[in-house]
Write a protein that binds this ligand. Structure first.
Ligand SMILES: Nc1nc2c(ncn2[C@@H]2O[C@H](COP(=O)(O)OP(=O)(O)OP(=O)(O)O)[C@@H](O)[C@H]2O)c(=O)[nH]1
Ligand SMILES: [Mg+2]
Length: 167
């Protein structure tokens, strides 16, 4: 049994900010959920998409992955490396990579980010992480992993996950 740190405050830290939203200004109404973003992506033949879940430890990535795969979420331990699941949803084959967020794993994040269709950021990413610059303005492109879309999970998403189990 692994001792977990208390829930970290970073779960929702910055999560209300969409990419490029200036700090301090009110968030604009969120026009679409994660499913809508997935549906907006034109996948390869067979509508196969590579989705990477990235975020600090304890942000809820593995929980989200399990919910996507309609699995029980009672036994969740910190992810040491990564988990991958293929989920069929709404005509898409979603290859979802859940990357561990602990500090010891973060140096390896960029190795998982090549050819990514959709990066789902669970809460704020550290300033020096591969994709953090994209979230801060949209102009600077990460040389390692230009995903086609970035979606930042916000508190409304968290609430919806908890209440309905839907993305
Ligand atoms: N209240 C609440 N708790 C959640 C939610 N999602 C996950 N949790 C809990 O938060 C804890 C951490 O969730 P994980 O899914 O393991 O977090 P993670 O981002 O995968 O963490 P690492 O694998 O360490 O990077 C678990 O105890 C979950 O039950 C959520 O939406 N709401
Ligand atoms: Mg995990």
């Amino acid at each position: 049994m692994t001792n977990r740190a208390p829930r970290s405050p970073h779960r929702n830290e910055g999560a209300l900010q969409r990419p490029g939203t200036p700090q301090g200004s009110p968030s604009p109404p969120r026009p679409q959920g994660l499913l809508s973003v997935i549906q907006s992506l034109q996948g390869s033949p067979g509508q196969e998409l590579r989705i990477v879940l990235l975020g600090l430890d304890n942000a809820g990535k593995t929980t989200l992955l399990k919910r996507l795969a309609s699995e029980e979420v009672t036994t969740i331990t910190p992810t040491q490396g990564f988990n991958i699941k293929s989920v069929h949803s709404h005509g898409f084959k979603l290859n979802v990579w859940d990357i561990g967020g602990q500090r010891s794993v973060r140096p390896y994040w960029r190795k998982y980010l090549g050819s990514t269709d959709l990066l789902v950021s669970a809460g704020a990413l550290p300033q020096r992480s591969p994709c953090s610059r994209q979230r801060q303005g949209g102009a600077a492109h990460c040389p390692f992993c230009p995903p086609r879309q970035i979606y930042v999970i916000d508190s409304a998403d968290q609430k919806r996950f908890e209440e309905t189990g839907q993305v």
